[in-house]
Design a protein around this ligand. Structure first.
Ligand code: NAD
Length: 475
């Protein structure tokens, strides 16, 4: 753990093991925090806030830029660690490190643009000044699927704003979090500004981060169920919150789109991170006219996807994070099959040979998906592409919106009006138009409805960590 500028053990000395999801091997152990350790971290963050919040924006920006540079220099090392700890193929891990580092650079730049305002009054003898000030100590809780970028997306803006942070990374990926702490430590971020507590049981740490009055904001990325629970606890304490939660992204192929191009896009996007991404397409709506061509290309592409240990040559799909994840995917596919879906590619666990000790599910295509199937309603978080054939162009947006989630959506069309109508009609926070990567550090990322509150990245990402203060000045 990293508390008050030092790498420390848990107060009671306990540690827990971290395993490689591809091989089941233990790859290290980390301190196992209790509430007492989290409180210690909050104390450190609270002490550091007074001085950190009064540093100049240039000092903070320079430290973030130094961290950005160091993270980039360590891309290979961090990617190898990520592949072992989280499972994603090396190339994807490298891409994530670059994406993660980009948040540090973006928020270093944004730090210099924290501006207030000089506001007119209706009284001739009065002026108003508006200032933007940091919210205070931030509690940050992050998931395992993007174990470095989900950290920098929170730590970058928090530090840029002048906040101090207590981070609790996911129990499956604490080593990546430790590696990020090493970077902040080495570039000279002052003690207490960033703290990290690793724990096998997250609940007591969550209690401290939502219950301690010194923590003024909670930022969480993870499942909707846990986000809702933590948001309700934070509400009791009137903490500011941002919660980035689950998704159930529709991917709509309009009849005028090139079905081959769309299928290639779907195949490329769906299997990133083994489908364990909040913006992964979970429902592929394909018009009946192009369904056959789409399915043929999709099946051909997915049939060629190589699953395996993430360091293996040519591997593009790694393991799932744990056995529960495999069981969830298998249950969704089995349910669809039992209700009449066809499964022309995959549709089973991978258990032989190199797969024997890991958590693997075969890259899968499910055709003829209907509304009564679980996969139509629930986030899959696995390497399964479910195809729904539709007939009515006028109602497909309604069908896509028929979900409690509202994070990402994708549309394929060559018609400008169709694209604009779709962007306007879809109730989702992020929309790709003929594009499988509609995210970047410089644009706001976040969802509607059960997908969350608040935005990360972009200008909005910094606003989440700032309060507005106004001074009325009598002349
Ligand atoms: P999760 O909710 O199980 O865990 C997320 C984090 O919350 C982990 O650090 C975990 O230890 C912690 N946690 C769990 N229970 C807690 C409790 N009672 N108190 C305090 N902390 C607790 O989610 P996950 O399985 O790690 O992540 C997958 C989910 O995250 C998916 O639903 C995915 O869509 C979502 N996600 C969303 C985004 C986004 O930006 N919207 C990004 C990545 C992942």
């Amino acid at each position: 753990m990293y508390i008050d500028g030092a790498f420390v053990e848990a107060l009671d000395g306990r540690r827990f093991a971290v395993t490689d999801p591809a091989t089941g091997e233990e790859i290290g152990t980390v301190p196992d925090a209790t509430a007492a350790d989290a409180t210690r971290a909050v104390e450190a963050a609270d002490r550091a806030f007074a001085s950190w919040s009064t540093t100049t924006v240039d000092e903070r920006a320079d430290l973030l830029l130094a961290a950005w540079r160091l993270m980039q220099e360590r891309t290979d090392e961090l990617a190898r660690l990520m592949t072992r700890e989280q499972g994603k193929p090396l190339r994807a891990a490298r891409n994530e490190v670059v994406y993660a580092a980009d948040f540090l650079r973006w928020f270093a730049e944004e730090a210099r643009r924290i501006e207030g305002g000089w506001l007119p009054s209706s009284r001739p003898d009065q002026r108003f000044v508006a200032l933007r000030v940091p919210v205070g100590v931030v509690g940050a809780i992050t998931p395992w699927n993007y174990p470095i970028s989900m950290l920098t997306r929170k730590l970058g803006p928090a530090l840029a704003a002048g906040c101090t942070v207590v981070l609790k990374p996911a129990e499956a990926t604490p080593l990546c979090a430790r590696a990020v702490m090493e970077i902040f430590d080495e570039v000279g971020v002052p003690p207490g500004v960033v703290n990290c507590v690793t724990a096998s049981d997250p609940a007591p740490i969550g209690e401290v981060l939502t219950g301690d009055r010194r923590v003024r904001k909670l930022t969480f990325t993870g499942s909707t169920a846990v986000g809702r629970l933590l948001a309700s606890k934070a509400a009791a304490n009137l903490q500011r919150i941002s919660v980035e939660l689950g998704g159930h992204a529709p991917f709509i192929v309009f009849p005028d789109a090139d079905p081959v191009r769309a299928a290639k896009g779907a195949a490329a996007l769906k299997f990133l991170n083994s489908g364990q991404a909040c913006i992964s397409p979970n429902r592929l709506y394909v018009h009946r006219e192009s369904a056959e061509a789409f399915a043929a290309t999709l099946c051909e592409r997915v049939g060629r996807v190589k699953a395996g240990v993430g360091t293996g040559e040519g591997v593009t799909v790694g393991p799932l994070i744990d056995e529960a994840a495999v069981a969830k995917v298998a249950a969704q596919v089995d349910d669809a099959r039992a209700k009449g879906a066809r499964v022309p590619v995959g549709g089973h666990r991978l258990v032989d040979g190199e797969f024997a000790r890991g958590h693997f599910y075969a890259p899968t295509v499910v055709l003829d998906v209907t509304d009564d199937m679980v996969i139509r309603r629930e986030e899959t978080f696995g390497p399964v592409a479910p195809v729904i054939v539709y007939d009515d162009v006028d109602t497909v947006i309604d069908a896509a919106n028929d979900t409690d989630y509202g994070l990402a959506a994708y549309v394929y069309t060559r018609d400008l009006s169709t694209a604009i109508r779709a962007v306007e009609g879809l109730r989702f926070g992020i929309i790709g138009v003929n594009d499988v990567n509609p995210t970047a550090a410089r644009v706001p990322f976040g969802g509607m409805k059960d997908s969350g509150l608040g935005r990360e990245g972009g200008h909005e990402g910094l606003d989440e960590y700032l309060e507005t203060k106004v001074a009325g000045i009598a002349l």
